[in-house]
Design a binder for this molecule. Structure first.
Ligand code: ADP
Ligand code: MG
Length: 261
């Protein structure tokens, strides 16, 4: 479905000295199959957001290419590409001056859908993410809770029936109960719609719980790709092992207090 071929991004250094440039994304090769959920995991600054932005060309690669359904996306314009890809931004990024309904309908409007079709789609999506359109549709984003805003962000990314979803820490900074309910809502949606998705998180527990496969980034390089079971059984290096230690320790601690089955 989607394939990253030797994808690289080098941001210019502020001094203009190429010796000071760092590779934010370094020669990444990754294939995601149709219907698959790939969790992209890594610490802060490991290149997760840059990788997503390279895929929908919010930034241009320094090298390599992105292929969708066997075709190089280089031949598509950025806006053309972005209308085919749902993007859930880190920190949500709803338009503050637009209502909830207007926010969700942004991409269908750009695609010139008929107003009736947009209205119908928007209300269906709001119900899908468990927000009553009557109650919430006309509100401004700042009249919503954090969890509700994240739901609107998710609905907006789904609005134009994308084949591919890119989600950048969509459930970050939420309280654990809301996070869990959004995670399961997302899984249901994904299976229902047969979505292919790349989902960024810095939280290894979230990755292990949701993933078909996990890709681990470290300093811009892809260090391991595998199923949760494969990673747990054989972490590729000390860094991956360290990322897996926290969830393992938590599970162990729970067991010790008698909280786990
Ligand atoms: P992550 O999302 O994993 O936290 P990012 O992809 O945002 O990481 O950043 C990867 C690296 O690229 C970091 O070292 C960051 O400082 C750098 N970087 C990100 N955006 C820019 C930019 N616009 N200009 C220069 N460096 C950047
Ligand atoms: Mg990021």
């Amino acid at each position: 479905m989607i394939e990253l071929r030797n994808l690289s991004k080098r941001y210019g250094s502020p001094t203009g000295d190429p010796a000071g440039d760092a590779m934010a994304v370094d020669d990444v090769c990754l294939e995601v199959a149709r219907g698959e959920l790939m969790m992209l995991v890594g610490g802060s600054g490991s290149g997760k957001t840059t990788t997503l932005k390279l895929i929908n060309r919010l930034i241009e690669p320094s090298g390599g290419s992105v292929w969708i359904d066997g075709a190089d996306t280089e031949g598509l314009s950025g806006p053309e590409l972005r209308r085919r890809i749902g993007y859930c931004f880190q920190g949500v990024g709803l338009f503050p001056h637009l209502s909830v309904r207007e926010n969700v309908g942004v991409t269908p409007r750009l695609l010139d859908w008929a107003p009736d079709a947009i209205a119908e789609r928007v209300d269906a999506l709001l119900r899908l993410v468990d927000l009553d359109p009557q109650q919430y549709g006309d509100r401004a984003p700042d009249a919503l809770s954090g969890g509700q805003r994240q739901r609107v962000g998710l609905a907006r990314a789904l609005a134009a029936k994308p084949e591919l979803m890119l989600l950048d820490e969509p459930f970050g900074a939420l309280d654990p109960l809301i996070r869990e309910s959004l995670q399961s809502a997302f899984q249901e949606l994904r299976r229902e719609l047969g979505l292919t998705a790349i989902f960024v998180t810095h939280d290894m527990v979230e990755a292990l719980l949701l993933a078909d496969r996990i890709a681990v980034l470290h300093a811009g390089r892809l260090v391991q790709v595998g199923t949760p079971a494969e990673l747990l059984a054989a972490p590729a290096d000390e860094h991956v092992a360290a990322l897996l230690r926290t969830p393992k320790r938590q599970a162990q601690a729970l067991e010790e207090v008698g909280g786990a089955p």
